[in-house]
Design a protein around this ligand. Structure first.
Ligand code: AMO
Length: 438
């Protein structure tokens, strides 16, 4: 129940129950559908919590109210006040017999997108008119669940002692190999949109904050249009001092499980809207090494040369074999970024990991090199110039503790939890090679 500015008590459609039968209520919402049967008109009002049937028998309601309701266009914004009556056949088991029917803002016709989905639309058309697309409960449900996940991540990490930080998105250097940067002009200098908070979260390990997290945008100039890549994504990053790769994998595993528990607990109706059913995953998640992954793939007829990243077809095979959540650990040092720490006794392998869900990589992380001279060597060995890492490297000279961390793609997480077929479904306004508007 909410107090409107007009001093009235407004109810959401889902808040009306038996206790309201016989009482007057005020509803605000959009016209989902109008059915005119001559002697009786039905208007289906939709608000963010569901639907209500407004029933207008010609002989019962005020003629003015009847006239307004009969000719109101779909998706107009309305305010309805009326008496609640039990009606088994209506949504939520009640109907409203209106004493007033106000058209607050009449919608134009025809609609660029059919919210009632009598005419299905392509993803591109839906994204072009995303505000209308979001009026569909099954689409809005995705973002109601994404909100529960975001809050769950934030609460979980806070409870684990992590401090939320915000690092710059306008930067001067690259962090991740593999993808290109988006350049921009920054007064007289060249600058870029940040690919990852990696360097900053590591520098913060030298600040004594010890455990930090950030939920923020990352920008990647991926050339290819795929169902799992965006050019602007949201990454959940952590970095923790005095922890190794195993320690931060434990944090990740617990955070994932907690998010599933919260969605099951608080998001049941949204899961129904989306048409998804989920189960809280069992722990511990299997941890297979990169070498074991190659062996599984070889058995299945996929030969990958040691040292190479695992291409999508190979990941699909692994996903089928392992199902659910699993970690691939101990990647070849050459396949991971410069900051990943190699094992002392086997430097060609690094203390790194990817979190997978089926075929989809959700997160990657590692224990980091914390010794200045080792880090300089590693940067140079990747063909990069240590000079361009000045501010980052300085932090390693004056008391850098051992540390580890990871980054998890929020949209990939939502996509895999809800079984969405395209990552764009998990972002309100996606950015891809073709899409810069809206
Ligand atoms: P990485 O580059 O693997 O690691 O990114 C971490 C996670 O971010 C998500 N992600 C993306 N999601 C959608 N579209 C993209 N183009 C995209 N790129 C990345 C993925 C991926 O697993 N600095 C390291 C993390 C760390 O070591 O702490 C990093 O950025 O889910």
């Amino acid at each position: 129940m909410t107090e409107t500015r007009m001093g009235e008590v407004r109810k959401y459609t889902a808040e009306i129950g038996e206790e309201d039968f016989g009482r007057e209520v005020t509803l605000y919402g959009w016209v989902h559908e109008v059915r005119d049967l001559g002697g009786i008109v039905f208007v289906i009002l939709r608000d963010r919590e569901g639907f209500a049937q407004i029933t207008l028998p010609k002989k019962v309601v005020n003629p003015d109210v009847f006239k307004k309701a009969r000719k109101v266009r779909r998706e107009s914004v309305i305010k309805v006040r009326g008496q609640v009556k039990a009606e088994e056949k209506a949504p939520n088991g009640y109907e409203i017999i209106p004493s007033s029917f106000e058209v607050i803002n009449e919608a134009d016709a025809p609609l660029p997108l059919d919210v009632a989905e009598k005419v299905p639309a392509e993803l591109d058309t839906r994204l072009d008119h995303r505000y209308l697309d979001l009026r569909k409960p099954k689409i809005q449900g995705i973002f109601r669940i994404r909100h529960i996940i975001t809050k769950s991540f934030r609460d979980f990490l806070t409870d684990e002692g992590f401090i939320e930080v915000a690092t710059p998105k306008i930067v001067s250097t690259a962090t991740e190999g593999g993808t290109e940067l988006f350049p921009l002009s920054y007064f007289e200098k060249e600058a870029f949109l940040n690919q990852s908070p990696q360097l900053y979260k590591q520098v913060l390990m030298a600040s004594g904050l010890e455990k930090v997290f950030e939920i923020g945008p990352i920008f990647r100039a991926e050339e290819h249009n795929t169902i799992r890549h965006l050019n602007e994504a949201t990454s959940v990053d952590i970095e923790a001092s005095f922890m190794d790769h195993n320690g931060v994998m434990d944090v990740l595993e617990k955070m994932v499980v907690k998010a599933y528990e919260n969605v099951v607990d608080k998001g049941e109706r949204y899961l129904e809207w989306v048409g998804a059913s989920i189960e809280v995953p069992e722990t511990p998640f299997p941890r297979i090494t990169y070498d074991e992954a190659l062996q599984i793939l070889k058995r299945k007829g996929e030969e990958i040369p040691w040292g190479e990243d695992l291409p999508t077809p190979a990941l699909r095979v692994l996903g089928e074999e392992l199902g659910g959540f699993y970690f691939i650990v101990d990647w070849p040092t050459e396949s991971k970024p410069f900051y990943a720490m190699p094992y002392e006794e086997e430097p060609e392998i690094s203390k790194s990991f990817d979190l997978m869900h089926g075929w989809l990589e959700l997160a990657s992380g590692a224990q980091r090199i914390h010794l200045f001279s080792e880090l300089v060597k590693s940067i140079e060995s990747k063909g990069l110039s240590s000079e361009s890492f000045g501010f980052y490297l300085e932090a390693f000279r004056y008391g850098m503790p051992p540390h580890a961390g990871w980054g998890l793609g929020m949209e990939r997480f939502v996509m895999s939890m809800l079984g969405l077929s395209n990552i764009r479904e998990a972002v309100i306004f996606p950015r891809d090679r073709q899409r810069l508007v809206p």
